[in-house]
Design a protein around this ligand. Structure first.
Ligand SMILES: CC(C)(COP(=O)(O)OP(=O)(O)OC[C@H]1O[C@@H](n2cnc3c(N)ncnc32)[C@H](O)[C@@H]1OP(=O)(O)O)[C@@H](O)C(=O)NCCC(=O)NCCS
Length: 162
């Protein structure tokens, strides 16, 4: 039995430890992390999944970013503990997070990740959206949360300033 709840401040370091376990060393040196420096994740959208004994099984976070003159959610990091991978938990966390984002009024979401995984949720390459270098443009993916929300949106992705 896995229970999914919004992340609380008490979960923070446990989630960081899960990300350290699941990602290659040096993850925080990636350019996407510069968009997260000194910015809090979007309240209510970040989720933790725990198994019946309370062990953290998976987590997802979302940050706000600007793309040109528009606003977007930046999905990630998302990770599932190796003992729970392949059980559908990653997909569940992503779907739940996207639904919460839509309900909160966010129009569009983007991420830097593997297109073969994220295409199953409807993510597709974003042309004209520039992540801080170095980022492979083939890994910059987006999804409309409101119809047509990415149409005409382009430019540099920058750190949230509001
Ligand atoms: C990626 C991750 C979050 C997926 O979570 P999960 O709970 O294992 O995924 P699900 O059970 O929902 O889905 C499993 C499916 O995704 C596929 N998949 C997982 N990672 C993939 C990837 N990087 N590229 C393509 N397919 C991938 C699996 O092959 C499996 O395919 P199938 O449904 O055809 O059998 C998890 O594997 C993980 O934490 N990986 C390490 C951290 C990471 O890479 N995070 C994502 C950053 S881009």
């Amino acid at each position: 039995m896995i229970e999914v709840k919004p992340e609380t401040p008490d979960d923070w370091w446990e989630v960081e430890a899960l990300y350290d376990l699941c990602f290659a060393p040096g993850r925080t040196a990636l350019s996407s992390y510069r968009l997260r420096d000194d910015v809090l994740p979007v309240a209510g959208l970040s989720l933790v999944a725990r198994d019946s004994d309370g062990t953290l099984a998976g987590a997802i976070r979302f940050w706000p970013v600007h793309v040109g003159d528009s606003d977007a959610l930046l999905l990630g990091p998302v990770a599932v503990h190796p003992t729970h991978q392949g059980e559908g938990l990653g997909g569940f966390l992503i779907q739940e997070g996207l639904e919460a984002g839509r309900e909160s009024g966010w129009a569009r979401v983007m991420l830097v990740g593997d297109a073969p995984y994220y295409s199953r949720f409807g993510f597709a390459r974003l042309d004209g959206v520039e992540m801080p270098p170095p980022t492979n443009p083939d890994r910059v993916l987006g999804l409309d949360l409101a119809p047509g929300a990415w149409a005409g949106v382009s430019g540099r992705v920058t750190r949230w300033t509001r």
